[in-house]
Ligand binder design. Structure first.
Ligand code: GTP
Ligand code: MG
Length: 315
């Protein structure tokens, strides 16, 4: 891990584990599978934001295995469930910015307040730690405060920023940032911040498409990542956001933010299973270091266990 002060995923997900998944863990403690078991498991998975579709899939899949293998203990279901969750979460797994190129362009989209600008600051820091030169593009030109906020992050992370006046064309800002990266600033990564809200949803999507087009016209195969920030505390609402954005802009993955708070954590499964979207990063706080590459196995372990050798005692 590159971050010296990063918390472990198990630490970050403590609250999450203690709420929804703690109860699932308790239900899957050592006992016999009884009549009420499947219904309780279904209810708890839905409460944990796994989503109805994915919950139904998990229950049916588990019941089949239990029947086939003649299992009768809940702790056996626990291992099966964890295994299936890891499979779902890794099915569409791809590396962040895999492949080599001169300039990588990363576009970050998402509804207002979902954590775009903060995640961009963290990503900039991550790249910088790897010795890469980063330019941020302040293409959320809708609000003056948005530009100021990104400037603050560029200072914190110690990276360059290209910004124009509020109200200017986001496509032009994108173009300028790319030219700056190719030109005198010689950066290898451009990260583009975008608006979360405009006058209309239509404008928002048109603006995103335009930014994508400008990137594609100026850098081969850009944007190389189009990441959607999803606030993990927003539950099923985030799922419909994902659907909406995926329709208007080809997404390459998700940054799941605010997992340090009251998020229930199951949303990652719904996003991966229903949308086939890989989770690439998780946001676990407001500091620059609070961003971690997503790892399916670690994530599932952190939802169920506190990382200690013994299984956590559930309330
Ligand atoms: N606890 C916690 N807070 C976060 C995280 N990511 C973002 N936030 C907070 O969420 C709030 C919104 O974050 P922004 O980065 O401004 O969100 P945005 O998507 O850029 O919002 P707009 O520019 O308004 O569209 C801020 O108060 C952030 O500090 C996270 O991983 N954990
Ligand atoms: Mg923002």
């Amino acid at each position: 891990m590159i971050f010296g002060r990063a918390k472990s995923i198990a630490d970050s997900l403590r609250k999450t584990r203690e709420s929804a998944f703690g109860q699932i863990g308790a239900l899957l403690g050592p006992s016999d599978i009884d009549e009420a078991f499947w219904e309780e498991l279904e209810t708890l998975l839905i409460q944990a934001d796994v989503g109805v579709k994915t919950t139904v899939h998990l229950i049916e899949w588990l019941q089949e295995r239990v029947d086939e293998e003649g299992l009768h203990r809940t702790e056996q279901v626990r291992e099966l469930l964890k295994g299936r969750m890891v499979e779902i979460l890794s099915a569409s797994e791809t590396d962040y910015l895999s492949g080599r190129r001169l300039l990588s362009v990363v576009l970050v989209a998402g509804v207002n307040g979902s954590g775009k600008t903060t995640s961009i600051g963290k990503l900039a820091h991550w790249h910088k730690e790897k010795g890469q030169k980063v330019i941020l593009a302040a293409a959320d030109t809708f609000r003056a405060a948005a530009i100021d906020q990104l400037k603050l992050w560029s200072q914190r992370a110690g990276v360059d920023i290209i910004a124009q006046a509020p109200g200017s064309d986001p496509g032009a800002v994108t173009y300028d940032a790319i030219q700056a990266a190719f030109g005198r600033r010689e950066a290898s990564v451009v990260i583009i911040d975008t608006a979360g809200r405009l006058q209309t949803q239509f404008n928002l999507m048109a603006e995103l498409s335009k930014i994508q087009r400008v990137a594609a016209q100026n850098v081969h195969e850009a944007p190389h990542e189009t990441l959607l920030t999803l606030d993990a505390t927003s539950g099923s609402n985030a799922l419909s956001q994902a659907k909406h954005f995926a329709k208007s802009a080809p997404l390459t993955g998700v940054i799941l933010t605010k997992l340090d708070g009251a998020a229930k954590g199951g949303m990652a499964l719904a996003v991966a299973h229903e949308h086939g979207l890989p989770i690439k990063w998780i946001g676990t706080g407001e500091r620059m270091e609070d961003l971690q590459p997503f790892n399916a196995r670690e994530y599932v372990e952190a939802l169920f266990d506190n990382g200690a050798a013994t299984t956590e005692a559930v309330r």
